[in-house]
Design a protein around this ligand. Structure first.
Ligand SMILES: O=P(O)(O)OC[C@H]1O[C@@H](O)[C@H](O)[C@@H](O)[C@@H]1O
Length: 128
């Protein structure tokens, strides 16, 4: 999957694999992402399922330790408990003429990870 890396001057990169794991600051715009994205919280054994329409891209952001301290309305330790996954139209922005209408949809649900137990295979999470 291709992404723009906001930490590297918005340069475009390609990444292999269906699952994303990070251990430092991240600010990427994944392009042309699937309509269903699963965020698996292993510690709390819950999975957030995000379904979207009309928003092809997805921003993934966590400021991590150093940058957290520079954001005034963000606690120094809060990066440990948050993840921003933000459906968006970045690569092909939506432009409306006066009077035009656009509809997008975002549905976010939280389910116990056991709901997915035995099927944490990303392909099953996405298509199952
Ligand atoms: O400071 P704001 O406007 O709430 O944005 C926070 C972050 O939001 C994310 O969506 C962006 O990818 C980051 O670059 C940004 O820092």
């Amino acid at each position: 999957m291709d992404y723009f890396d906001n930490l590297k001057g918005k340069e475009r990169f390609t990444e292999q694999g269906d699952a994303l794991v990070f251990e430092s600051e991240i600010d990427k715009v994944y392009l042309d992402t699937p309509p269903k994205i699963a965020i698996i919280d292993h510690e709390k054994k819950r999975t957030f399922v995000l379904r979207k329409d009309g928003l092809p891209d997805a921003v993934v952001w966590n400021p991590w330790e150093r940058r957290s301290k520079t954001i005034l309305d963000f606690g120094d330790e809060e990066y440990k408990h948050m993840l921003c996954v933000e459906p968006a139209a970045v690569e092909k922005p939506i432009t409306l003429k006066p009077g035009e209408e656009w509809k997008g949809r975002l549905e976010l649900s939280a389910v116990p990870s056991s709901y997915y137990s035995g099927q944490l295979d990303p392909d099953k999470v996405l298509h199952g």
